[in-house]
Design a protein around this ligand. Structure first.
Ligand code: HEM
Length: 526
């Protein structure tokens, strides 16, 4: 509404009162009581104390006082948009997932892009991994592919996630730096976790300073399963391929942009969609079977490794289009709850120990963050297909079961509420056997080959950027022993790269890092 939509009146103290004229709605309290004066609290006289009975004032301040909810423990800064997924062709031979049954079918989608380590108010162009979380509102329930723009991850086992994130975020005594990668704790952790070296190469590449969300790839990272109607399982890795291709900014551009416009990425996505320039990605599947998994030189359950596209080509099976900005940032982008555990019939997990841990973590953290076990009733989280449960009550209940029966089995016949169906979700009956142990498979142990493969696959200019990024980030690390330990891993990746980084840091080239356990014995900071 413009000022012209209200008639202006002046109060005794000269304050402005904009009076509803019929073109704008009447301002009310949350109880619907029309408000006559939103400029002055209720006082004794004009200079006396404020009265407790001012329910309008109390309600307004009470609500304001409670506006904040905890930011996400990771991926706090994000930006979302609505759109749809369109299936190119039926994949019924591979999966019974409803979304893949009919060519041309469109499924509503919501996507949230994010940085990982920065707080909610941090700058968009930090050197960081980007989250690429997709919620697909299928006709058989919500399916979330909670991915990143990098196909590998830092750690192999979710038990290390709190350590990784503690090391990446601000240091606990000083509360800085905001620049996630450029500090001692982060590189200390990386240097002691050789499994993170492959990821370290990827994050020092230009992929972590994308030009915009529209120019990023996305990856489900883990190996999942697709299950067809006969119960046959096919392993799958999920890829999002941007129609615009991949583009990044240069580091000096990132630094300038962060100062000039910390909202650069959100503004870009908002502006593009508002202008009708809808960004689009194709969903690619890498599909493989047990025979490939057995012959592959890495473990398909190891999230620090890719499966090269040369080995298992990508099949493009649909497109994701973002064509609608949110109506309200908090309602949608903040309150959306993605979960790796949200899968649908036709999709299943594997034993990837990172994925297994994530399946616990998201639900757990979202109860804390959103405050009620009923967060799935928020419109952004609710399925768009019919849903019926016997869950009830709790804070902010909206969808209690109707009628007398709130349990099953029951003998109330058709009035007794929902029933099971044999067509429902069925866990793939994978055989499991073995001792209970805290251990990893032998194939998890090669931390350098894929890092080398990644580095040598880059163009010369991209390799220079990786070298520059390592040199710059490590130059911010105060302790020489941490710098040396990181470079000692780089020696195992590529000696030329290690030599150039050592030169840039003005240090001797250290000996190649020994396997993890040997490195761990030398922890004296002196
Ligand atoms: C949030 C991706 C590993 C715990 C997120 C988000 C993404 C993501 C995209 C943001 C979701 C949003 O936009 O709301 C990934 C990927 C991982 C990974 C690709 C590895 C392949 C982990 C692990 C854990 C974890 C190992 C814990 C064991 C969390 C938590 C949140 C989160 C607690 C905040 C969720 C919320 O508050 O709603 N992750 N993550 N993540 N992730 Fe992960």
């Amino acid at each position: 509404a413009t000022i012209a939509d209200a008639s202006i009146q002046r109060g005794q103290g000269g304050e402005t009162h904009q009076i509803a004229t019929g073109k704008t709605p009447v301002l009310t309290t949350r109880q619907g009581v029309p408000v006559s004066d939103d400029q002055n609290s209720l006082k004794i006289g004009t200079r006396g104390p404020t009265l407790m009975e001012d329910f309008h004032f109390r309600e307004k301040i009470f609500h304001f006082d409670h506006e904040r909810i905890p930011e996400r423990v990771v991926h706090a800064r994000g930006f979302g948009a609505h759109g749809f997924f369109e299936t190119y062709e039926s994949l019924a031979d591979i999966t019974r997932a409803d979304i893949f049954q009919r060519a041309g079918e469109k499924t509503p989608a919501f996507v949230r892009f994010s940085t990982v380590a920065g707080n909610k108010g941090s700058a968009d162009l930090a050197r960081d991994v980007r989250g690429f979380a997709v919620k697909l509102y299928t006709q058989e329930g919500n399916w979330d592919i909670v991915g990143n723009n990098i196909p590998v991850f830092f750690i192999q086992d979710a038990i290390k996630f709190p350590d990784l994130i503690h090391a990446a975020k601000q240091e606990p005594d000083r509360g800085f730096p905001q620049a996630q990668t450029a500090h001692d704790n982060f590189w200390d952790f990386i240097s002691l976790m050789p499994e993170s070296i492959n990821m370290a190469l990827w994050i020092m590449s230009d992929r972590t300073i994308p030009r915009s969300f529209r120019f990023m790839e996305g990856f489900g990272v883990h190996t999942f399963r697709l299950i067809n109607a006969e119960g046959k399982s096919t392993y799958v890795k999920f890829h999002w391929k941007p129609k615009l291709g991949m583009q990044s900014v240069a580091w000096n551009e990132a630094v300038k942009l962060n100062g000039a416009d910390p909202d650069f990425h959100r503004r870009d996505l908002w502006d593009a969609i508002q202008a009708g320039d809808y960004p689009e990605w194709e969903l690619g599947l890498q599909l493989f079977d047990d025979a490939f998994a057995d012959e592959f030189e890495f473990d398909i359950l190891d999230a620090t490794k890719i499966i090269p596209e040369e080995r298992v080509p990508i099949r493009r099976v649909g497109r994701l289009v973002l064509d609608r900005t949110v109506d309200n940032f908090f309602n949608e982008t903040e309150q959306v709850a993605f979960q790796t555990g949200n899968i649908v019939p036709g999709v299943d997990f594997t034993n990837d120990p990172l994925l297994q841990g994530r399946n616990f973590s998201y639900l757990d953290t979202q109860l804390k963050r959103l405050g009620s076990p009923n967060f799935n009733d928020l419109p952004i989280n609710a399925p768009k297909c019919p849903f019926h449960t016997f869950q009830q009550d709790g804070h902010m209940t909206l969808n209690n079961p109707k009628g007398r029966a709130n349990y099953e089995p029951n003998s109330w016949g058709p009035a007794g509420g929902p029933r099971e169906t044999p067509k429902g979700f069925q866990t793939f009956p994978a055989e499991e056997a073995g001792e209970r142990r805290r251990a990893r498979g032998e194939l998890f142990a090669d931390h350098y080959s894929q890092a080398r493969q990644f580095y040598i696959s880059q163009t010369e200019i991209e390799q220079t950027h990786i070298k520059d990024a390592f040199t710059f980030e490590l130059s911010k690390v105060e302790r020489p022993d941490i710098r040396a330990r990181v470079v000692s891993h780089l020696v195992n990746v590529d000696e030329d790269l290690a030599g150039k980084v050592a030169d840039g840091l003005g240090m001797e080239l250290p000996a190649a890092a020994e396997p993890a356990r040997a490195v761990m014995t030398d922890l004296d900071p002196s």
